[in-house]
Structure formats: structure tokens, C-alpha cells
Design a protein around this ligand. Sequence first.
Ligand SMILES: C[S@@+](CC[C@H](N)C(=O)[O-])C[C@H]1O[C@@H](n2cnc3c(N)ncnc32)[C@H](O)[C@@H]1O
Length: 217
Amino acid sequence: MDFMSPRTKLQKFIQVNQMKTVIEHTDSGAPQKLKKFLNSKKETILEVACGKGEYSVALAKLYSKKQIIGIDYQGERLWYGAEKIKENKLKNILFLRAKVEFLEKFFKPESIDEIWITFPDPHPKDKRGHKRLISPHFLQLYKKLLKPNHTIHLKTDSELLIDKAIEAIDEVHGKIQLLIKDIDHFVNLPEILAIKTTYEKIHRAKGDKINYLKFKL
Ligand SMILES: C[S@@+](CC[C@H](N)C(=O)[O-])C[C@H]1O[C@@H](n2cnc3c(N)ncnc32)[C@H](O)[C@@H]1O
């Protein structure tokens, strides 16, 4: 699916550790590095499970006055995003190699303006949804970190994830703002949804429909 030989993976993993645009969560100074980058006067957009970071990079290009953080625990994937930062000389974006579970170590409560969740794993077999990044547990975490009444965007091929997200939003008393099933057939599609990640391309190649859910917490 997303093939990388073990050697290439290891090389990228080692290189990513030396890239200044990727913060490594196991470094003792990691929270301070992020703090130094973040300007409280600017809007902050977070992309969770960003993979190779295509959405984060595109958002950074679109919104030069906002600051963008992409988070994923797979360093070898973040390597691609970090290369794009260099190529495009972007100054308003950083990647964080960390698990979403540890976001509170890095962000103050009510400090984030917007969260994007792009093609997270649906975990169909995880009945209680512990790992699903849209489970009530994760939504509660995002709610703490988001400014009150601010927005989360979910883009996914998975109908199961959309259904689970709707249940979870209800459980945490959030509010759905927009649901688009099969974005290709929606008139007046928000421009921002044209960005395509690696996994979006993989799913499109298989003929899967792409869905979008926008909600507030
Ligand atoms: C299916 S991939 C999607 C990647 C990218 N958003 C895209 O659309 O191409 C899911 C990503 O979620 C990341 N991920 C899953 N659970 C995570 C967690 N708890 N914390 C951080 N990243 C996570 C994985 O490492 C993987 O890169």
C-alpha cells in the first residue's frame, strides 16, 4: 500500500531526527521548542495523523499568516513533509513526531483554532474504538485544546468512521456543521477540500468515495 523498504524507512527515520522542522517528542526540550515556535497572536491549525503531511503543507501555503502543526508518530512519513517545507521555504509550519495521546504535553488548553483529521485508520475491529482518532475519548481531548466552539474537519473514505464520529460527537455534545458524502458530487465544494493526501489518492485509485464531516465541540 505505502511501500518503503525497511532500509529506506530506517534512513528516513534517522534523517528526520536531524531536521529542524520536525520536533521529536522524546527530546527533553520538545515542548519548549514548540512553545518557541508558536505565537499566541496567530491562529494555530493542527493536523492529526498527518502521515506525509500533504494537508499540513498545503494549509501552510494557503494561510501564510497562520501557524500549522502536523502530528504523526511515524517519523519516516514526516520526512516527506519536512522535505516539502525545505523545498517551499515555508516558515509557518512544523511537524511533531508524537502520538496524538500526548497532545496535552505540547499545547495549552484552548490554544488551537482548528483541527484537521485526514484519513485516520478506521480500526473496524476495535469494537470499543480505543484507537479511533474520532472516538469520544479523543474528541474530549481535542475539546480541551480547541478554543471554545471551534472547528474540527474529518476527511475519510470510511463510512464506518463517519458513523462512529457522528455517535461520538453526540456523546460529547458537539454539533455537526456539515456532512458531505462523496465530495465529488457536491456543488460549491469548499476549495480547501481539493487538497489530496497520499491516502486520499490511494482510496480514489480504488474507486472509493471521499466523505467530509465538519463539526464543533
Ligand atoms: C491511514 S494513515 C493517513 C495519513 C495521512 N493523513 C493521509 O491521509 O495520507 C493514518 C496515519 O495515522 C497515524 N496515526 C495513527 N494513530 C496515531 C496516533 N495515535 N498518534 C499519531 N499518529 C497516529 C499513522 O502513523 C498514519 O500515518
